[in-house]
Design a protein around this ligand. Structure first.
Ligand code: DX5
Ligand code: ZN
Length: 218
């Protein structure tokens, strides 16, 4: 089953409760929360305070994407705020195995993200210990960027690696996902689609989620 994870980065924060309810009504499966620190990526978004606010607005899994330096220092805070999944970047984590173990100890599902220029092979030794891999299809930092087609090949390669591991690992794609790119990403092996602009950037959020779901079921 393919899951849709709308990213609240593109939502209207002055009406977050309505926006989340609309996305849920359209069939959203998870909510994706983009945490940026102005160091690992050039942009600053929000921290655990917003995660805990979203936690009160939905029972769906919260998929927290940490685009921050030194994520180890904040894992507990993001878990306590209500994150069900905690995703760290391979490029921002010095001792990835320890970090992944810590996330699991905290009772969350552990995810690792890789930037467009980072090879899939950098995850070969850690793959069987993670619950989720996130392949970035744009350079992290901003919503509304154009999907990088080269990442389709990476999705297929990662899907093969996951299959070979024999483990149940979700393969998430993040960046520039819309009605056109979503089916390509699914064909390449993604089973979780993060969508910011193509959901919350639309006037009718419910219909936007429904439309994406329709496109990937064709
Ligand atoms: C980018 C973030 C994405 C972003 C996706 O750095 O990780 O999750 O919100 O936004 P869209 O769907 O607009 O590319
Ligand atoms: Zn993200």
């Amino acid at each position: 089953m393919i899951r849709i994870a709308p990213s609240i980065l593109a939502a209207d924060f002055s009406r977050l409760a309505d926006q989340i309810a609309e996305a849920e009504a359209g069939g959203a499966d998870w909510f994706h929360l983009d945490v940026m620190d102005g160091h690992f990526v050039p942009n600053i978004t929000f921290g655990p305070l917003i995660v805990s606010a979203v936690r009160k607005l939905t029972k769906l899994p919260l998929d927290t994407h940490l685009m921050i330096k030194n994520p180890d220092a904040y894992l507990e805070q993001f878990r306590l705020a209500g994150s069900d999944h905690i995703i760290v970047h391979q490029e921002a984590t010095r001792h990835l195995h320890r970090t992944v173990e810590r996330i699991r100890e905290l009772g969350a599902k552990a995810g690792v993200a890789i930037n467009p220029a980072t090879p899939c092979s950098t995850l070969s030794e850690i793959l069987s210990d993670v619950d989720l891999v996130l392949v970035m299809s744009v350079n992290p930092g901003f919503g509304g960027q154009k999907f990088i087609p080269l990442t389709l090949r990476k999705l297929s390669e990662m899907r093969d690696m996951i299959r070979a591991s024999g483990k149940e690992i979700r393969l998430e794609v993040d960046g520039g996902i819309d009605e056109t790119t979503a089916p390509d990403a699914v064909r390449a092996g993604a089973d979780v689609l993060v969508a910011g602009t193509s959901v919350f950037g639309q006037t009718n959020v419910r219909e936007a989620v429904e439309e994406l779901k329709k496109r990937i079921s064709l």
